[in-house]
Design a protein around this ligand. Structure first.
Ligand code: TYM
Length: 332
């Protein structure tokens, strides 16, 4: 059975981009029953940017809760927190010794993030893709569902697998394949990416009224300056979201009505708010239930960590064996 691995940063409140672009697809992939799914709250990756240590635990908890409420609880998926499995950091070191420096320097996310956190550029931000490669390779995952912004990191993980296997002449790691998630949700301000740090995000668990307030002011087609001007759904973020949550027949109608100016952006947003409610009501209910029983989240995480540690320790034995690392068992 192929293993799927994916991860998400513990931003606390996941947004519609995280959900529609990734989490919902993870749940979708799991439905086939053909894969073993492992999903990680990557708290150690979050150390690369400044954060408040006091609120960090609740961010990690909320992220895990949202994974479960978003649909992973109904599946046989494994959910865990990265720092519970120290082998991630251990493997990252071994991989850093086969990882090509030049490629790290070319990572778009490193360039963007070091621009964003100019005063806090640390080595971890630079070696971030190595830890990500370790996350994936530790479980010998062959399928990695990620959005477009993570594809470059995934190619890097493939290179790490290839370099390690080649250096030690053993097929320790299979090459992970990306399962590209093509949906890109832009920010309410029209920015390329909806992201909490850019302040342009709609939270997955926000109440209906708060979502509507954000949708009302959200960026659409900049050329549709008046109600009677025809719109271009293909460049509109509201239409992209309709494609994800509104029934196909209705999406077709919205497409035609926008192009002919039969509906305005306000009408279109109202319909989106309705579709989102259908999608989000059960998620909110599951989240409320989990919040009332936090032990369900912590138990799932503890069980997930125990299972992952067993797999990770087995892989590390193979890694060290291939690399001739025997520690105190080294013989003359
Ligand atoms: P992160 O936490 O930034 O995002 C998690 C997932 O959500 C997708 N995503 C989006 N998709 C569509 N529209 C958006 N606006 C949007 N924003 C985020 C991302 O593409 C991603 O799939 N480095 C990773 C986490 C990670 C990981 C891993 C992923 C660490 N180790 C191993 C896969 C495998 C990250 O920061 O994702």
């Amino acid at each position: 059975m192929a293993t799927i691995f994916s991860g998400m940063q513990p931003t606390g409140e996941l947004h519609l981009g995280n959900y529609l672009g990734a989490l919902r697809q993870w749940v979708e992939l799991g439905r086939s029953g053909e894969h073993e799914g492992i999903y990680c709250v990557v708290d150690c990756h979050a150390f690369t940017a400044p954060y408040d240590a006091k609120t960090f635990p609740s961010r990690v908890f909320e992220t895990a809760l949202t994974f479960l409420a978003g649909g992973l609880a109904d599946q046989d998926a494994t959910v865990f927190v990265q720092s519970d499995v120290p082998e991630h950091m251990e493997l990252a070191w071994y991989l850093s010794c086969v990882a090509p420096m030049g490629e790290l320097g070319r990572m778009t996310q490193f360039k963007e993030k070091s621009e964003q956190h100019k005063t806090a550029v640390n080595a971890g931000l630079f070696t971030y893709p190595i830890l990500m490669a370790a996350d994936i390779l530790l479980y010998k995952a062959t399928l990695v569902p990620v959005g477009h912004d993570q594809i470059q990191h995934l190619e890097f993980a493939r290179d790490c697998a290839r370099h390690f296997n080649h250096r030690f002449g053993k097929e320790v790691f299979p090459e992970p394949k990306p399962h590209p998630l093509t949906l890109r949700i832009r920010g309410t301000d029209g920015n390329e990416k909806m992201s909490k740090s850019r302040g342009n995000a709609i939270g997955l668990l926000e109440p209906e009224a708060a979502i509507w307030k954000k949708l009302k002011g959200a960026f659409t087609d900049p050329e549709r300056t008046t109600r009677d001007k025809p719109g271009r759904p293909e460049i509109c973020n509201i239409f992209t979201m309709h494609g994800a949550v509104t029934p196909a027949e209705k999406v077709k109608q919205i497409d035609a009505d926008c192009r002919s100016a039969a509906i305005g952006c306000g009408d279109c947003k109202k319909m989106l708010a309705e579709s989102l409610e259908v999608e989000l009501v059960p998620i909110r209910a599951r989240a409320a239930e989990l919040r009332a029983h936090p032990e369900r989240v912590t138990t799932a995480l503890a069980e997930g960590a125990a299972k992952c540690r067993t797999i990770a320790q087995k892989t590390m034995v193979e890694v060290k064996d291939a690399a001739g690392v025997r520690g105190s068992k080294s013989k003359p």
